[in-house]
Ligand binder design. Structure first.
Ligand code: FE2
Length: 285
């Protein structure tokens, strides 16, 4: 078994793992130790990695099947389970901002990956190939810490509610481009519990974020206002950890227990290029 030493990065959540090579095959004991650390710390940062896309895919796949692009089919992508998050063109030069009809702000607003799908993401793996000097942090807010901070009556009240998540509404919530007809077909609204029980360790969390549209069975507008108020509560500074990227970081986070977003940065000056793989999760309960 490869030794795993997780050193906390804050009092709230996050731990860094040094002297660990993610290129090595992951045996069952190592995998279990990583999963246990991930559940405990919610975010793991494997420092000083040097990974090809194939090596990142192999490491991620040790934790479950990976999500594919959009409709789970290979639409001609060379690697359908591998995504690039970048502000750079093919020559490594920052690209100009997209025109308004293509603007997507979703990654800059608080969300839990793919919560608008019937089986949202379990763990996201983001690897820093080029990282910003200033800004561009990935911010995480603990939905378990926020849940724990609710008063008991509120926990009981919210525990009886279900929440509709919708990609179409998410684009509206983040003031992004309109939904396409294809996206509407592929991602109809889904309903999840508002209080989610973690599939791995049973902790309870608010299950909210920008993909959350309204409370099932209630007036949409007032339900949406309630959800935004809960998101404001859950993303107060006391529940937030900001990850300042170092080149070679492989950051892994536990989607059921947190929301995340990227902080602004100078997109014309800075170079930010990240490789992303995602392990598919369970149906939320
Ligand atoms: Fe995300």
């Amino acid at each position: 078994m490869t030794k795993l030493i997780a050193t906390p990065l804050s009092d709230l959540m996050g731990a860094e793992i040094t002297e660990f090579d993610c290129r090595e095959p992951v045996d069952a004991k190592t995998r279990d130790a990583i999963i246990e650390a991930l559940y405990r710390h919610q975010i793991l940062v494997f420092r000083e990695q040097d990974l090809t896309p194939e090596q990142q895919i192999a490491f991620s796949e040790a934790f479950g099947p990976l999500e594919m692009h959009v409709n789970q089919a290979n639409q001609g992508y060379e690697r359908p389970n591998f995504h690039v998050v970048t502000n750079l063109d093919d020559n490594g030069v920052p690209m100009p901002d997209p025109p308004p009809e293509k603007i997507f702000n979703g990654t800059r607003t608080w969300h839990s990956d793919k919560s608008y799908m019937p089986r949202p993401s379990m763990a996201t793996f983001l690897y820093g190939v080029a990282v910003t000097k200033e800004g561009g942090e990935t911010l995480f807010a603990s939905l378990t810490a926020a849940y724990d901070a609710l008063d008991e009556d509120e926990k009981i009240r919210l525990g009886g509610l279900k929440c509709v998540h919708s990609w179409e509404q998410s684009l509206r919530n983040s003031r992004s481009r309109p939904v396409t007809e294809e996206e509407r077909q592929l991602s109809p609204p889904v309903t999840h519990p508002l209080i989610r029980t973690h599939p791995g360790d049973g902790r309870k969390a608010l299950y909210i974020g920008m993909h959350a549209s309204h409370i099932a069975g209630a007036d949409e507008e007032s339900g949406r206002a309630q959800l935004f108020a809960l998101l404001d509560f859950a993303t107060q500074a006391r529940f937030v950890y900001a990850h300042q990227w170092q080149k070679g970081d492989l950051v892994v986070w536990d989607n059921p227990s947190l929301v995340h977003k990227s902080a602004p940065f100078d997109r014309q000056k800075e170079r930010r290029h990240l490789h992303r793989t995602v392990v598919r999760g369970d149906i939320p309960v």
